[in-house]
Design a binder for this molecule. Sequence first.
Ligand SMILES: *Cc1c(COP(=O)(O)O)cnc(C)c1O
Length: 395
Amino acid sequence: MPYGRQSIDQADIDAVVAVLESDWLTTGPAVDRFEEAAREVTGARHALACSNGTAGLHLATLALELGSGDALIVPTLTFLATANCARYVGAEVIFADVDPETALIEPHHLEEALARAGDLRPVAVAPVHFGGQVADLQGLSAVARTSGLHVMEDACHALGGTYTHDGKQVRVGACADSDLAVFSLHPVKTATMAEGGIVTTNDDRLAERVARLRTHGTIREPSGWSDRDQGFTDGMANAWYYEMPEVGLNYRASDLHCALGATQLSRLNHFVTRRAELVAAYDAALAPFSPAIRPVGRRPDQMPGWHLFIALIDFEALGTTRAAVMAALREEGIGTQVHYLPVHRQPYYRDRYGSLDLPGADAFYERCLSLPLFPGMEDDDVRRVVEALTRACGL
Ligand SMILES: *Cc1c(COP(=O)(O)O)cnc(C)c1O
């Protein structure tokens, strides 16, 4: 039993095969269909498919025009890509601490990170919806507004979740409190395209920039061209012409990937519901072992699209180590994972910014263990995992 795994059904397979038999393997109609489905499930005005979540984050930092001397504020408890996307565009990373129980960045962590900016110009913050729980976006965006920061959500964990905005439930990716949101559809995430990502935004200008930057920085629409001499003959658009006002990348998602993504999104509600049931089953099964083993802390007023089920375990008090517990579970065929070593502790960032004191992230990291969570699990699998875990912990 791995810690995460995709759910592929016959409709997914048929959709991919249909693309293989069609005229368009890329830049075709499956991309439009997928983007339409992505707009529907997020509620955003624009949804742009891209080659993976990391590419989506890179496109976001490019679209927001981060560059040398600028800084992106990133909670240190995240996957590498949240920080790396600043470095791709020459910007610096200011690592923020997180809550030791939820691993989420709180508004006071953002304020504290801003206070450490020194000579850097903080341009944006990238809240991470860790494990699927949504960070306090209203609180963070209030701080961002007063500090002139953009908000780009790293929503790679949180597809299909909802949270409360001004007393109403809004969907993650609707960008009610942000400029952009980025999703990953890697196989361990809630829905998959094998490799794929989505950038959502309600801002027409940002959407246009993301669309352009993901395909070499080119504009195909004649209305967007600035060079009339090269673009037109006798007032008619030249069929061969496209214009490149700035340098971009090839970060497109193919029709094969998008066809898979679209059938997966059609089952998103099922995936989210099943994951929530399994999380509730874990909560109940672990309750007798508190405080030595506890589920990750909860934020109120939301229905998370759970990506991970994380147990916080006091390995020291139990007289064991995480490595020993993981090895014992592996012996029983149960895969677990650690999300994540705080990114500021990676040698690259430690060499660049020195040792930082981010005690909330360290405290979370010391105790966290991600247990198997994927829609194909049976209720009985939860019982089996918890029994094996408690045995491995000597309980
Ligand atoms: C998975 C993930 C990414 C990167 O997504 P890819 O599709 O694997 O490139 C970025 N940020 C977080 C928090 C992730 O979990």
